[in-house]
Ligand binder design. Structure first.
Ligand SMILES: *Cc1c(COP(=O)(O)O)cnc(C)c1O
Length: 363
């Protein structure tokens, strides 16, 4: 009855065994070699080109990358992407963290926060005072999808945190100026790297802010990151395995039909998940609005008579990992990844396992 693979965490998320095997096979010629030489630079180049293909990027868009993951990118963005004031859509943990970083940055003006309840997706409001609009494509903490759109009638860059969405959700790249993520979620790789699909307008902003006298720590300098990325390098030493695994995911997706293939797998999994929840008498999807229910991870509330922590612990004892809800939400909830690397048949098996445990608890 158990899933073939027991990894259902929303981040770090399942790393495909095929990618790990490929890394092991090539390790002796790759790991432990210089990131300034062709062996590694060609992998970086293949990743950058493969991502432009996967995202169907408009002309002139480029892939930039650097060390530190999405969290570091927020701080970098406060230096070289936000000129003075940005608007933030906040309805969960990750959206709120970027808003906080900008609010605390002493070199920026007042920030504008549009807040919504957890599990909702508030909308952008055009505002001539802001020079950037910031939101998550998938708020991982609550499993809520936001549409990748520009504000109607507004100007300014759109900065989209796509950490758990990139490579798993459909979007129109022309609606984002910076679509950034870390590869330990849908990309089935490891953490520590940030990757950003940047429009020409975003790169213009980086160039113009880097030319001002605004001081920036070098590790957060996006102009430095850009100059290195365009040469298929990173400013300082990256984790080579992370880059390699991200490329393997990119190749797997592109060889099978691109984002349509990857998003299709998550859509299949999410249909299984939400159909099961709808039919169940003890499970309710946390996100009310069907359109905002994430395809790449799910939050499901359990009836009070069935303690979610107990279900999660029993699953863990049986090799089914990381299905616990997001702590800060404080609900009787499970959170389950449905990222493309996870087989829809394993999502199906997981629902049977949850039913099995719940039935035993009800006695
Ligand atoms: C996981 C996650 C982050 C944080 O990523 P790190 O690589 O740990 O910095 C940021 N935003 C979203 C939406 C996430 O899911």
């Amino acid at each position: 009855m158990r899933p073939v693979d027991g990894r259902f965490g929303s981040g770090p998320s399942k790393v495909r065994s095929e990618a790990v095997a490929a890394l092991a096979a090539e390790a002796d010629d790759f790991l432990g070699t210089s990131h300034r030489q062709d062996t590694v630079k060609l992998v970086v180049a293949a990743l950058r080109n493969g991502l432009l293909e996967m995202f169907d990027a408009p002309d002139g868009y480029q892939i930039l990358m650097g060390n530190g993951g999405a969290t570091l990118f927020w701080d970098a963005a406060t230096f070289h992407l936000i000129e003075n004031s940005a608007q933030f859509l906040v309805a969960g943990e990750f959206g709120s963290k970027f808003a906080k970083a900008a609010t605390l940055a002493p070199h920026l003006g007042d920030q504008h926060i549009v807040e919504g309840d957890p599990g909702t997706a508030p909308s952008l409001i055009a505002n001539p005072e802001v020079d950037a609009y910031c939101y998550t494509h998938n708020e991982t903490s609550t499993a809520t999808m936001f549409p990748v759109v520009r504000p109607e009638g507004g100007e300014g860059l759109t900065l989209v945190d796509a950490t758990s969405a990139a490579g798993g959700l459909r979007f129109n790249a022309a609606n984002s100026d910076v679509y950034y993520f870390a590869p330990q979620k849908c990309f089935s790789s490891d953490g520590g790297l940030w990757i950003a699909l940047c429009s020409p307008a975003a790169m213009d902003r980086i160039n113009s802010l880097a030319a001002t006298d605004r001081w920036v720590p070098e590790i957060l300098n996006l102009k430095t990151a850009m100059d290195n990325s365009l040469k298929d390098q990173t400013y300082n030493t990256p984790a080579l395995a992370t880059i390699y695994l991200a490329l393997k995911y990119t190749e797997w997706v592109n060889e099978n039909g691109g984002l349509n293939f990857a998003a299709g797998r998550s859509e299949q999994s999410s249909k299984i998940m939400y159909d099961w929840a709808d039919a169940s008498d003890y499970v309710t999807p946390f996100v009310q609005n069907v359109e905002n229910r994430s395809h790449v991870n799910a939050t499901i509330d359990l009836d009070d008579s069935i303690d979610a922590d107990t279900v999660v612990a029993v699953l863990r004892a049986n090799g089914i990992l990381d299905t616990g809800g997001y702590r800060k939400l404080g609900r009787n909830q499970m959170r389950i990844s449905m990222m493309p690397g996870i087989d829809p048949s394993d999502i199906e098996a997981l629902t049977h396992c949850i039913d099995h445990v719940a039935a035993a608890m009800r006695g």
